[in-house]
Design a protein around this ligand. Structure first.
Ligand SMILES: Cc1cc2nc3c(=O)[nH]c(=O)nc-3n(C[C@H](O)[C@H](O)[C@H](O)COP(=O)(O)OP(=O)(O)OC[C@H]3O[C@@H](n4cnc5c(N)ncnc54)[C@H](O)[C@@H]3O)c2cc1C
Length: 337
């Protein structure tokens, strides 16, 4: 890997944060390169993916990166970057901004992206736009779009500060490949840079929880308040197993603690584009439907025939959602046995 020194970092380009876990890239790091590449080309800038990690040996996805849309991949390696620690990671990225003076710095709206972007914007006194789902260039400026006021309007935002900073919605963009291989570079930091962190990692214990791949699922089964309680909601996972589906949810049920927030569909959560979406006891508020309206076939189960989701559905079942869910599981089990 070619080594470059600080002074040689190209300035005024577009940076994108690449999240990874133990050297394996999060899919969103590749998804957001699609709109970013378009704006970079329009602005005649380079698109640079920034990845922080422990060492070259610990990063496992070089092959994946070879097909990515990035023009350059910048790695910052240091033993202290082995674990994601907000204070250190954000300090490294602030330093990188000071060194590279990019035109824009964009983050996927992942756990770490949502944590880093506001910290960096705060330190550098920059504006930050959250949950952007479309980017354009107008009159040489980066224009960001995001639903606002409960999705009643789409806000069009132009940053007053440079670098333009935003978090980009998960699942809102599709991964595209490039025929040209990016250049890989390792960015060296000044000798006097402090790699200290106030967080000491003693042990990492991975939960047995399965990784949620909601944004790329072909079948999504979602539940809302009409499922009445956590026990009924948990049955969605039984149905999901039978249909090889992922489970999604509305915001109120995530807030009730029936399921993790990473399963929230809508403007505050994930965008899904499955072939089949089934909504159990979901009213179909705009904030939710904004995240699933591109589903190819929509089924709504609701007691209220005038619910917005029922109206937008290709097929509606007017009835009690917990009962329909139970009967559907029984029926599929019977057919499968
Ligand atoms: C800034 C902002 C951002 C938001 N972001 C999001 C977001 O990203 N995602 C999101 O989902 N929400 C979001 N919301 C919340 C959103 O406005 C709605 O309140 C939410 O989507 C409604 O969830 P729900 O459909 O589960 O509940 P409800 O609106 O209460 O609907 C429950 C539905 O269940 C039906 N029902 C009741 N009993 C039964 C039964 N026994 N069987 C079948 N059906 C039954 C009812 O007829 C009703 O249609 C946001 C709100 C704001 C203000």
């Amino acid at each position: 890997m070619e080594k470059r020194f600080l002074e040689k970092i190209s300035q005024g380009d577009i940076l994108s944060y690449g999240e990874h876990l133990e050297g394996k890239l999060h899919i969103s790091s590749l998804e957001i390169l699609t709109p970013l590449k378009e704006i970079a080309q329009k602005l005649e800038k380079k698109l640079i993916l920034v990845i922080l990690g422990e060492s070259k040996e610990s990063f496992k996805d070089f092959e994946v990166l070879k097909d990515s849309l990035a023009d350059e991949i910048w790695f910052v390696f240091h033993p202290e970057l082995k674990y994601f620690r907000e204070d250190l990671y954000s300090r490294v990225l602030v330093k990188l901004i000071e060194m590279a003076k990019p035109l824009g710095f964009f983050f996927p709206a992942t756990f770490s992206g949502l944590s880093l972007a506001p910290r960096i914007a705060g330190v550098l006194n920059l504006g930050l736009c959250a949950h952007v789902n479309k980017l354009e260039v107008e009159n040489g400026q980066i224009v960001m779009f995001r639903p606002t006021y409960g999705e009643n309007i789409i806000a069009k935002l132009i940053s007053k500060t440079i670098p333009v900073m935003a978090t980009l919605s998960l699942g809102a963009f599709s991964v595209k490949e490039s025929k040209e291989e990016p250049q890989f570079k390792e960015i060296l930091f000044p000798e006097n840079f402090s790699w200290e962190s106030s967080v000491k990692v003693r042990k990492i214990i991975f939960t047995k929880k399965e990784v949620c791949s909601l944004s790329s699922a072909k079948v999504v089964i979602a539940g809302g308040r009409g499922l009445k309680n956590r026990e009924n909601f948990s049955k969605l996972f039984e149905l999901a197993k039978l249909l090889s589906a992922e489970v999604g949810a509305t915001r109120p049920v995530c807030h009730e603690g029936w399921v993790e927030e990473e399963r929230m569909i809508g403007i505050s959560g994930v965008t899904v584009k499955p072939k089949l979406y089934i909504g159990f006891g979901i009213s179909g508020a705009l904030q939710h439907t904004a995240g699933m309206e591109e589903a190819e076939f929509i089924v709504a189960v609701n007691t209220d025939s005038s619910a917005p989701l029922v109206k937008m559905a290709n097929l509606a079942l007017i009835g009690d959602a917990p009962t329909v869910l139970k009967l559907l599981i029984e029926r599929l089990r019977k057919e499968g046995s």
